[in-house]
Design a protein around this ligand. Sequence first.
Ligand code: F6R
Length: 243
Amino acid sequence: MDVGIAESAAQAASIAADLIQRAVRAKPELVLGLATGSSPVGIYDELARRVNDGRISLAAASAFMLDEYVGLSPDHPQAYRSVIDDIFTRKVDIDPARVHGPDGTAKDVEAACIEYEQAIRAAGGTDVQILGIGTDGHIAFNEPTSSLASRTRIKTLTKQTRIDNSRFFGGDLDAVPSHCLTQGIGTIVEARKIILIAAGRGKAEAIRQTVEGPVSARWPATALQHHPDVTVLLDPAAACRLD
Ligand code: F6R
């Protein structure tokens, strides 16, 4: 695990964009794994800048989102599908038809999860996965005690994550869905390269556990310790509990 402590969240995002730029230049048909939430926004902005000034192109790339709320229509402003369109797809030159997400409105949720796994495999697997981390150490929506070998499936969101995410729903906890579809930890760690980005003191304990704690389902991100190519990019506040 490579851990980089940047001077700021913006610098961490720029370093992440450098890594993605290198990867997409080496393989224009890169398969990118996309996280939603606030952590990766700086990376997406930086990628958009580089696409717009001609330094890179994502025209041949494809992407797979990590997760989606259950029960929100794809055009609901807080559905991860809409969010990723706003913060990423519309700002870069990727073909929107090649940006995929789990179907949170599927009638047969189990079949939708299996199909999603098959689609990732059919695309050749994820080359570079961008990850955020929850205050409780979750990655995607794999909450504490999730199996470290889990695959894409339906999960119940914890109260803490719903509280954390209620800021996106105007502070209304009741408006935050109770379930989601999420790539499993076993799915995520199959990505060839993983970039985890975190900023702020609120993430400091999760980062300490991820980098220095024992591997445990109690802190799902600790599963990344077994992966051969993980870069953790932090601002000083997120790094403040590291030894
Ligand atoms: C979102 C996701 C979540 C977030 C995490 C941190 O697709 O997978 O694991 O990365 O909840 O969220 P932010 O970045 O908003 O602090």
